[in-house]
Design a protein around this ligand. Structure first.
Ligand code: SF4
Length: 418
């Protein structure tokens, strides 16, 4: 990597009206011991409609900005390529990436091929995932994606029950799912993940069971099964506060969660993260990189990166993203310098959600460095006493019971560092 890029990164990228000082960024990648990011996230902001539960950055696609967006994205990716190592994982999320026109996808994929080391992708050892909406998966699109190296599709199903899709204001026809999967398989992509949401208002455990079994019948190797959360600022939360529906009870949420674990385990999909299940070897490697707090680059509006302990987030505004070109860098809205306490907190917060858990010796070493060893040991001990955590061997990991309290365990461990 040219040194000037490491030094210029924070100077060139404006944070509001402020400019960031260069001090501290030089170790970004140039310093010994820091590996270059091998993962890349790309955010596409377009959707056909705003689902009521959604708090991702997305806007309704009017089709007239896809070209400008792709031009800008390619410029950003070209600049960021100087920071990247050989690529192991790419994840294109959104938004609805499958809404982008096939000709623009072709351009984007060619730019990735031109500027990044994709040898592992060509040899079949890397993972390239694109999120798709069943309505927008066409044979043409899928063949362009396959040609560009995409080998995994994450399908946003959420439910197969029209009533629950309507409650979520998720506008797609559930009957399109099998057809979309057919297109994907016909093009040669065998790695398929399906997203589902449980605890939708009015959803019974039988309804949820049907959703799980319908997803399994599509021969998916991976399921992300999230419990509906009411994020602030979403239409769903406003409707809840207006009394339009009742939230599922905590007991029902827990029953659905335990049912998910049992049904998917019986079908050969093991829980490897609180909400993620996979056949052995089919875990999402890109998301594992996040949860393990590896480094990754990020492009597109609202995308967040983590490089050499630095974290930054691109502006979540398409106009600003399109209108600001800082030698290719996108304007950012958040920037965090490396901080040992924050780094340990992040590792505990996401690592504890994984079945593999957290490297205990490393956590203790890092807690000792910030003078919090005793506090962290006490928090681990308390979680063990509750039978939520096992601290045997060299890992701290959740017990089956502890998975139901993952947020609480993470909060207690993090709280010990404050
Ligand atoms: S399709 Fe996905 S990103 Fe778009 S609004 Fe719905 S949930 Fe959000």
């Amino acid at each position: 990597m040219p040194d000037d890029i490491a030094i210029r990164l924070p100077m060139q990228r404006s944070l509001g009206t402020a400019r960031q000082p260069a001090e501290g960024i030089s170790p970004l990648l140039a310093r010994e011991g820091h590996s270059r990011p091998r993962s890349l996230y790309i955010h596409m902001p377009f959707c056909t409609h705003k689902c009521h539960y959604c708090d991702f950055y997305s806007i309704v696609d009017t089709r007239d900005r896809q070209q400008a967006f792709t031009d800008r994205l390619v410029r950003e990716l070209t600049t960021l390529a100087a920071l990247a190592g050989p690529i192991d994982t790419i994840f294109v999320g959104g938004g609805t990436p499958s809404l982008l026109r096939p000709d623009l996808w072709r351009r984007l994929l060619a730019a990735l091929d031109d500027h990044y080391d994709l040898a592992a992708l060509r040899s079949g050892s890397a993972e390239f995932t694109v999120e798709c909406n069943p309505e927008t998966v066409t044979p043409e699109l899928v063949s362009v994606l396959v040609e560009g190296g995409v080998n995994r599709i994450s399908m946003g199903a959420q439910s197969f029950d029209r009533r629950h899709l309507q409650t979520l204001e998720r506008r797609h026809d559930p009957d399109r799912l099998p057809l979309a999967c057919q297109h994907i398989r016909a093009a040669g992509i065998t790695r398929l993940s399906i997203d589902l949401i449980s605890a939708v208002p009015g959803q019974s455990i039988d309804d949820w069971d049907r959703d799980l079994r319908t997803a399994l019948a599509l021969r998916t190797e991976h399921i992300s099964a999230y419990t509906l959360t009411y994020e602030s600022g979403t239409a769903m939360t406003a409707r809840l506060h207006r009394g339009e529906f009742a939230k599922a009870s905590d007991d029902l949420e827990a029953d659905m969660y335990e049912h998910t674990v049992a049904v998917l385990r019986d079908a050969g999909l093991d829980r490897y993260e609180v909400s993620n299940y996979a056949r052995p070897g089919a875990e999402c490697r890109h998301n594992l990189a996040y949860w393990r707090q590896d480094f990754w680059l990020a492009a597109g509006p609202s995308a967040s990166a983590h490089v050499a302990g630095w974290r930054w987030k691109n502006t979540p505004r398409l106009d600003e993203y399109l209108g600001t070109d800082d030698d290719g860098f996108a304007p950012i809205c958040e920037l965090e310098q490396p901080d040992p306490t924050r780094a340990l907190m992040d590792r505990l917060m996401t690592g504890i959600r994984l079945r593999e858990g957290v490297d205990a010796a490393r956590a203790i070493r890092d807690a000792t460095r910030i003078g919090k060893e005793q506090e962290l040991r006490a928090a681990v001990h308390a979680a063990e006493k509750n039978a939520w955590l096992t601290a045997s061997g060299d890992r701290w990991s959740l017990t089956d019971a502890g998975f139901l309290f993952a947020d609480r365990v993470a909060a207690d461990l993090i709280g010990a560092l404050i």
